[in-house]
Design a protein around this ligand. Structure first.
Ligand code: PLP
Length: 386
């Protein structure tokens, strides 16, 4: 592994106190929640260390966040957002929930594309809105796509107020094309709906795919769009509490400005995010190279040990969506893998009914730990068959 990423030694990782490392007993290998095992980038460590050294743990100021994110977007995403339209938020889901509350009527429908990140379901429900599903299409080769006809149908419903799009998509790992995003833009424009775009995985787009930031489209609908980004997935700092909302218009920026006190980020998160977007690109490149290798090794490992599991390598990020339906382990194979294999994966049904028979594996680790996760899954699957 690249020295910038460390070596993911299990004894060291077990000293961490985060959700990933404290949820299960020591004999369980955690490969569920979306935290990576790599060391943090040097500039991030330095930013947090120097802030703590001078007692700089007060309420966050936006500081250089807008400029740092805009510079990153220019370099890596071919997009030049106006730094004045970039707003710090505590985390992406809080930003999304707050904007749903601010901009949609109580009880109205919010469209999502399951199988999708579980909190989309419950944060919409907590906000007093209804989840309206436009499921992804599953192709015969196991890959997924947006179902534009289904999206058209549900957006046409008057009781639907908004569409929450995941781009790149978690858990299926798809990176949507400019053409697909334009089609989504046309539909939202035609029906006059609000569009919230979760681009948290955008920094982790892998070789071969081309991420199109929604607000880089030249489209009228961007007036009613808020895009959400973060350094939290890309640089593995979700616990520092800083995400980003980018307003597609002055009108959207006004809503974010008015709600600033409900959307205070962590000061350490802001400082760490500035260091991530600015000086931590070599670390990001090392992480991307490792994830690219891991997604390919996973095909080989599954082919050798679990050929019945279907896996389409993701185009972005570190999450593998595994169809374990033919292993005969029921709707929630993650339960059997945990009980019999002592490996913790994310249960597929958490991502919607379409996730029955699936699990999500976290590949943000060393090749050795990923191989160990597969070994445990295979052991559990085999012991189940006996
Ligand atoms: C699509 C998506 N959105 C949001 C989040 C959570 O982000 P945050 O911690 O900033 O709310 C995740 C975390 O894995 C995610 O995959």
């Amino acid at each position: 592994m690249d020295p910038l990423l460390g070596d993911c030694a299990l004894d060291e990782l077990r000293r961490r106190t985060s959700f990933k490392w404290r949820t299960h007993p020591r004999d369980v290998l955690p490969a569920f929640v979306a935290e990576m095992d790599f060391d943090l980038a040097g500039p991030i460590k330095e930013a947090v260390r120097s802030a703590i050294a001078i007692g700089d743990a007060g309420y966050a100021h936006k500081g250089e966040l807008g400029e740092a994110f805009a510079a990153f977007a220019r370099k890596r995403l071919r997009w030049s957002p106006d730094p004045a339209r970039v707003f710090p938020i505590p985390d992406v889901m809080t930003g999304i929930a707050e904007m749903i509350t601010a901009l949609t009527p109580n009880g109205s429908g919010i469209v999502i594309n399951p199988p999708v990140y579980a909190p989309f379901f419950y944060r919409i429900a907590f906000a007093g809105r209804r989840v309206v599903e436009a499921p992804l299409l599953r192709r015969p080769d196991g890959s997924y796509d947006l179902d534009l006809d289904a999206i058209d149908r549900v957006l046409g419903d008057e009781s639907v107020s908004a569409y929450l799009l995941c781009s790149p998509h978690n858990p299926v790992g798809r990176v949507w094309s400019g053409g697909q995003l334009t089609a989504v833009a046309d539909l939202c424009q035609r029906y006059g709906k609000l569009l919230l775009v979760d681009e948290i995985h955008a920094p982790l787009v892998l070789p071969g795919a081309d991420q199109v930031p929604f607000l880089s489209l030249d489209h009228e609908v961007t007036r009613r769009v808020i895009a959400f980004g973060s350094a939290s997935k890309g640089w593995n700092i979700p616990g520092l509490k800083c995400g980003i909302a980018v307003a597609g218009s002055d009108e959207m920026a006004d809503v974010l400005t008015r709600r600033w006190e409900a959307l205070l980020a962590g000061n350490l998160g802001v400082l760490a995010s500035v260091a991530a977007f600015g000086e931590s690109l070599p670390w990001l490149d090392a992480a991307l190279a490792q994830l690219d290798e891991n997604r390919r090794s996973l095909s080989r490992l599954l082919g050798e040990r679990l050929p019945a599991v279907r896996y389409v390598p993701p185009e972005a990020s570190f999450l593998a969506w595994l169809d374990c339906g033919s292993l005969g382990l029921g709707e929630d194979p993650a339960a059997a893998f945990l009980a019999r294999g002592r490996v913790a994966l994310s249960p597929g049904p958490d991502f919607g009914t379409q996730g029955k028979g699936f699990v999500r594996l976290n590949m943000g680790t060393s090749p050795a730990l990923m191989e160990e996760a597969v070994r445990r899954i295979a052991a559990a699957a085999t012991s189940g068959a006996q």
